[in-house]
Design a binder for this molecule. Structure first.
Ligand SMILES: O=P(O)(O)OC[C@H]1O[C@](O)(CO)[C@@H](O)[C@@H]1O
Length: 431
């Protein structure tokens, strides 16, 4: 389901470099599998795939079916790992343009899945409340700690709004949080909200395959079982150190990190994958960026950004590597019309497909950027569907764990994110 092509990047290294780093990468891989590395108590994201809880998937599907039936809007409140995974998968797989009914089935349309609590814009919340007026709204508050300001502040605004409009407000609020503690947990207990647990051994950025991601994804009408089992399959495949694309990816990144490269671009040519890029940014940024180490992760969307950042990538400071995230099989090609003239200068494309043009844009970009001095490699996704996407999510989680161990950091903590919070709370006069 996932293929990793690093052939072009290898030309930036000495012939034996990859082989030389392999024993270290394999040792890091073993630390992950054998739970001997720092942060090993936070490997719950693997455990839940090694022992799938089908009853939980069933339960989430049942809740999602009720919400799909009742809601016009499913509003997810969360930030960082508590929304990026859900948003990424929904953007990748749900229809990009909405219609009043699903064309073929004549069924009423799916609820709109919206996000809030992922920043502190009062303006956004005000406009959101105005938009929600008159609609049937369900709210999913997602926070592992149950204390994150952005999320909890949005909930404080939404809760009275819901209570004032819906006699069954308590049933419309679903809380996803720590199973035993925290303010959100306690509120759910007090007010009788439905509750889903984030296992204690799963950090926010690794939580997409828990109810954090699965409930919103299921509400969006996506097959969570296929997504989940795609990840299970990839998890099983990556236990073997030989022919292991995650290990190769981690080893390659490490080699360039050690050679002074500072930035990794994750470039997509399919806008639907931009959300995966945003999710990947948090995954790699929070896991690696500590002790003065790590590649700065930057997600970029082509060909859009070739017209803004392309100049820098081609000729700017040579301190970046580029990883393309591509889809192998594209369904429903769109044929470029033959208009019978060449007024727009595009007659040479008539009869070919837009997909082919996009593929050539990728091939051309890969060559140009490599020629310009950027080591490039490509992660290939078999197709845009729940199974391969689940495999892709696991691929990156496995890779970042190996990568963190190669850098000799704990890939599962994020002590640095507290610094701004301390300053902000001091300014706000938090008791
Ligand atoms: O789920 P929580 O506890 O609200 O945290 C949200 C996000 O905030 C962070 O803790 C960073 O502040 C992330 O690691 C996490 O994904």
């Amino acid at each position: 389901m996932i293929r990793y092509d690093l052939s072009t990047a290898l030309s930036f290294l000495e012939a034996h470099d990859l082989e030389a780093v392999r024993p270290r990468a394999e040792a890091a891989h073993r630390m992950l599998l054998e739970r001997t590395g720092p942060g090993h108590e936070m490997l719950g994201w693997r455990d839940l795939l090694l022992q799938p809880d089908d009853a939980l998937l069933e339960d989430i599907d049942t809740t999602a079916a009720e919400i799909r039936e009742q809601a016009d809007v499913f509003l997810c409140l969360g930030i960082g790992g508590s929304y990026l995974g859900a948003r990424a998968v929904i953007e990748a797989l749900a229809p990009q343009f909405r219609s009043p009914v699903e064309a073929e089935t004549e069924r009423p349309r799916l609820p709109e899945v919206l996000f809030a609590g992922h920043h502190l814009s009062g303006r956004y919340l005000k406009e959101l409340l105005a938009y929600l007026e008159g609609k049937s709204v369900y709210v999913n508050v997602i926070s592992k700690s149950g204390t994150t300001l952005e999320t909890m502040l949005a909930f404080r605004v939404l809760r009275p709004w819901l209570e004032a409009r819906f006699p069954d407000a308590a049933r419309r609020i679903i809380v996803t949080t720590d199973p035993a503690r925290g303010r959100l947990h306690d509120m759910a207990e007090t007010f009788g909200y439905r509750r889903y647990a984030i296992p204690p051994g799963v950090g926010g950025r690794f939580s997409v395959l828990t109810p954090v991601g699965l409930l919103p994804i299921a509400v969006a009408g996506i097959d969570i079982r296929s997504l989940f089992y795609g990840a299970v399959e990839m998890c099983e495949r990556l236990t073997d150190a030989s022919d292991n694309p995650a290990l190769d990816y981690a080893a390659l990144r490490y080699l360039f990190h050690e050679r002074g490269y500072a930035i990794e671009l994750l470039a997509v040519f399919e806008p639907r994958l931009s959300g995966i890029g945003a999710w990947w940014q948090q995954l790699f940024g929070e896991s690696e960026g500590k002790a003065g180490k790590g590649l700065y992760p930057d997600a970029i969307q082509y060909s859009t950004d070739l017209h803004s950042l392309g100049q820098y990538v081609q000729e700017g400071r040579r301190h970046l590597i580029e990883t393309f995230l591509m889809v192998e099989r594209e369904p429903e090609p769109l044929t470029i019309p033959d208009t019978g003239d060449d007024r727009d200068g595009l007659a040479y494309l008539a009869g070919r497909t837009v997909q082919e043009v996009n593929r050539k844009a990728y091939e051309g970009t890969r060559k140009a950027h490599a020629d310009g001095g950027a080591p490039v490699s490509t992660v290939w996704l078999e197709r845009l569907a729940p199974g391969p996407l689940g495999a892709c999510l696991y691929f990156f989680m496995h890779a970042v764990a190996i990568s963190g161990y190669l850098l000799e950091v704990n890939p599962f903590d994020q002590p640095g994110v507290e610094a701004y919070k301390r300053e902000m709370y001091r300014l706000l006069g938090k008791p």
